[in-house]
Design a protein around this ligand. Structure first.
Ligand code: SF4
Ligand SMILES: [Zn+2]
Length: 379
């Protein structure tokens, strides 16, 4: 064997990097866990307060279905996405219909809600993930029940042909697109999103042409980014996408098991955002949108807020700050944050200031909840 050929595997089937990265998902433990649940039971069904398209406060149902998962994840996948934990390859149309009926039964046929959000750990309108007859059931039922429907999708499914078919079953729904970042370099190198801002623009244009509403998801602090950069970029992305979005939902990073970002986190190379950064981002983007006279609603939901794998502060003030951020998503009033402070806020602002002054692409963020003695110890 020559020196060069010793680097090659003997067969034509070579190991790809994402096979290695996704190894946790293929462990017997993960596979057993996945197949432990009943394919006829939805993953989660719950109600929360929401705001309708005309601005009134209502109750919304969220239905998270167990599906085959996202086709982009099958071939590559976003660096932070742990949705595969809730998926299973053998879910059929009959299973999905059973999950839908179970959700409707739990929600008393949607009698107490005005809005229904249907999440599939991928794209509802993607035929490779969701059987066509089930897509039709969701669209038609929500139209028949006269409920505001929100679904999620990547960009490539939102073609004119597909939307023309969808509006024939439900002429009035919202599509939430996980754009994550309005920056092609971040999409490619930080997120591995598999589409570009140009494809987002095309999808939005098509949605508008069919009179459908657009909700844009942005990610706060993707991997390989400092806290100060995350703050600076997110405000700029919000102001850029606002004129084309009815709503913007900012998802602060939470580290999900078995993902690329999980590896970075466990290695100490990534720290989830501070809650103070989210408060600052809300203040900055709120004023920027007011100056531009843009009415787009900004929603921030710190998933796992206050926990180590979600956005967090020192541990003392977290619950109060998370509650204020959640209230802002409904009231859109900066008053929610008045009087909110803590000793750790000074430490956060020093970190941001230092990161702005020093050329450190990954930032200086360290653990926030270690004892003072541990902080004095050398690493
Ligand atoms: S497109 Fe969405 S569901 Fe698919 S891998 Fe990315 S984040 Fe996950
Ligand atoms: Zn604090």
């Amino acid at each position: 064997m020559t020196e060069q050929s010793s680097f090659l595997l003997p067969t034509s089937k070579r190991l790809r990097i994402h096979d290695l990265v996704k190894a946790p998902e293929n462990t017997p433990y993960a596979q057993k866990k996945k197949h432990a649940w009943d394919a006829r039971d939805p993953a989660l069904v719950y109600q929360t307060p929401e705001v309708t398209a005309d601005g009134s406060i209502c109750q919304a149902a969220t239905i998270i279905l167990r599906t085959k998962g996202c086709h982009w994840w099958w071939s590559s996948g976003c660096t932070f996405c742990g949705y595969f934990n809730d998926t299973r390859d053998d879910v059929t149309s009959a299973d999905l219909h059973a999950q839908w009926e179970a959700a409707k039964k739990k929600l008393d046929q949607f009698s107490e809600v005005d809005m229904v959000k249907v999440y599939t750990s991928g794209s509802l309108l993607e035929d490779r993930e969701i059987p066509l007859d089930f897509q039709e059931t969701v669209l038609r039922d929500c139209h028949t029940f006269q409920k505001e429907l929100i679904i999620e999708s990547r960009c490539e499914q939102l073609t004119k042909e597909k939307l023309s078919w969808a509006v024939s079953h439900n002429p009035n729904f919202t599509v939430a697109i996980g754009l994550e970042a309005y920056d092609d370099e971040v999409l490619r190198f930080h997120v591995n999103k598999g589409f570009t801002t140009a494809s987002w623009h095309r999808a939005v244009e098509n949605l508008r042409a069919y009179g459908l509403r657009v909700k844009t998801y942005l990610m706060f602090k993707p991997p390989f980014m400092s806290e100060a950069d995350a703050l600076y970029h997110s405000v700029s992305w919000i102001t850029s996408v606002a004129p084309l979005s009815d709503e913007i939902s900012i998802n602060p990073m939470n580290v999900q098991n078995g993902t690329v970002i999980d590896r970075l986190y466990r290695n100490g190379d990534y720290h989830p955002p501070w809650l103070w950064s989210l408060v600052e981002m809300i203040h900055l983007s709120h004023s920027a949108l007011q100056q531009n006279n843009t009415k787009t609603r900004i929603i921030v939901h710190p998933t796992a807020g206050g926990k180590l794998r979600g956005s967090h502060n020192c541990g003392q003030c977290d619950a109060e700050v998370v509650a204020a951020i959640e209230r802002y998503a409904v009231s859109a009033s900066l008053e929610e944050f008045s009087g909110l402070t803590c000793e750790c806020k000074h430490r956060w602002s020093m970190e941001i200031e230092l990161e702005r002054k020093m050329p450190l692409p990954l930032g200086i963020s360290k653990h926030r909840r270690t004892s003072k003695i541990d902080k004095l110890r050398s690493p």
